[in-house]
Design a protein around this ligand. Structure first.
Ligand code: SF4
Length: 447
């Protein structure tokens, strides 16, 4: 496949609004480049301590297999593993869970939320899924989980597989639709096509999943305004419980970046940030018109009383998370850590009977405060009382300078207990939250 950048031209200096290479989305703090292998010993101490009272526990499993690698994908995924390798991987992830389940940090807790992410969890066969869920529940029961999320690529779903996914206890089905145009899907390397989206969505509705989410990406290669408007129209027509919209970013380890490099290009062949923000602004407005409520910088929900996202909200308030699988991220008792991010070392560590840990960091109290502040700002507002009670800090005083700056830019308003982002602020929240970072973290690359 050749992207829409086939002609070699000299690299022009990018404008600020241009989409250049790098990660935009802020998913944790301090940045991952500050997590170090030499800090892995801190993990053993965290696993050996009883949990602080009231700390929630979650479980994440990374399924790193996909039918094809999308050209914008920066996740750790494999398209060449056969069923023996997949089966072996699942057994090792179960072994990893067994290692965690024996540790004192569990403290008798059961997971409050479970997340199957990837990669493509729906790439697994029905029998693999059934076996995986049975064994996971036997090791650490999730019978009390409030939410079990499962990410799907529409083209991998059959009615029978969806039935199994429902039966193992999935409550939140997340469909990676990304776009409804077959041309855009194809040119961006997606494996599914639009007819598969509709078929999978209708099967899932018949099975009465409590929540169906649709993921879209604004600004894929060759996307036009007309196409985007059509995607929003088709989404509203399907009427999912929630819609998540990402603005296209082009990290280093993507196929798109490889082509840019080969062509000597500095600007990615996708819409600029101003255009992508405009498309999300349009989508939010149309979805609001259709009765949805904006719940974060990326999501709208049809019924805000009924539709929650426990995984996101718990993690953004400091819940513990056991992350299983290659490259997965965990958090236990104040220590963050990541697994080996390549298949072979991940497998080798577990075969030796050891946890496959790669790098770790135990943030200071101030860094923990900034982490929660940055992540909760993505919901559009933060509560002063929450931070006063949890960290003993008045965020208005501690962050007086960035607050004043963002207010003067029209991005932030202060209303009683709440520091609230305006809609324009919310649309570029991942950029704005850098204002609150410690100086040494502001220029760090997110990778
Ligand atoms: S389906 Fe998702 S995880 Fe798999 S290659 Fe595409 S973007 Fe990456």
């Amino acid at each position: 496949m050749t992207l829409a950048i086939a002609e070699a031209r000299p690299a022009a200096k990018p404008a600020e609004k241009d989409t250049t290479v790098g990660n935009y989305f802020v998913s944790n703090y301090p940045p991952f480049s500050f997590w170090k292998p030499e800090r892995v010993p801190e993990v053993a101490a965290a696993l050996g301590r009883a949990p602080a009272p009231g700390t929630k526990l979650g479980l994440y499993l990374h399924i790193p297999f996909c039918r094809k690698r999308c050209h914008f994908c920066y996740f750790k995924v494999y398209t060449d593993k056969d069923s023996t390798a997949i089966k072996g991987y699942l057994e090792l992830a179960l072994q990893e869970l067994e290692l965690y389940a024996k540790q004192p940090f569990i403290g008798g807790r059961k997971p409050q939320f479970v997340y199957f992410g990837g990669g493509t969890p729906s790439y697994l066969s029905e029998s693999q899924l059934q076996h995986l869920a049975d064994r996971m529940k036997a090791i650490l029961s999730w019978d009390e989980a409030e939410e079990v999320t499962f990410e799907c690529e529409p083209g991998t779903l059959t009615d029978h597989k969806l039935k199994v996914i429902r039966e193992i206890g999935v409550t939140r089905l997340s469909l990676g639709v990304e776009n409804f145009s077959d041309h855009i899907l194809e040119i961006n390397g997606r494996a599914h096509r639009s007819r598969e989206i509709r078929r999978a969505y209708h099967f899932a509705r018949e099975l009465e999943f409590p929540q169906i989410n649709i993921d879209l990406i604004a600004g894929m290669v060759e996307e036009t305004e007309e196409n985007w408007r059509d995607c929003v129209r088709q989404t509203i027509e399907l009427a999912p419980d929630s819609v998540t919209i990402y603005q296209m970013e082009v990290p280093y380890n993507t196929h798109i970046y490889q082509e840019m490099k080969a062509q000597g290009r500095l600007v990615a062949p996708v819409a600029d940030w101003q255009t992508k923000r405009g498309w999300v602004r349009y989508a939010f407005a149309e979805l609001e018109q259709a009765g949805y409520t904006v719940a974060s910088g990326y999501t709208v929900v049809k019924d805000s009383k009924r539709t929650h996202f426990v995984y996101r909200d718990s993690l953004w308030q400091g819940a513990d998370l056991i992350g299983l699988g290659v490259a997965s991220f965990s958090h236990v008792g104040g220590t963050h850590f990541q697994n080996e991010h390549d298949f072979e070392p991940y497998v080798a560590r577990l075969r030796e009977g050891r946890l496959p840990l790669y790098r770790a960091l135990t943030p200071t109290d101030e860094e923990r405060l900034i982490r929660e502040l940055a992540l909760q700002f993505k919901l559009g507002r933060i509560s002063r009382a929450y931070f006063q009670q949890k960290f003993g800090v008045d965020v208005l005083t501690r962050f007086a300078e960035p607050v004043a700056r963002l207010k003067s830019q029209g991005a932030l308003e202060v209303e009683g207990d709440w520091l609230r982002l305006t809609r324009e602020g919310l649309l570029e929240v991942d950029k704005l939250v850098h204002e609150f970072f410690l100086p040494e973290h502001r220029t760090a690359r997110y990778a």
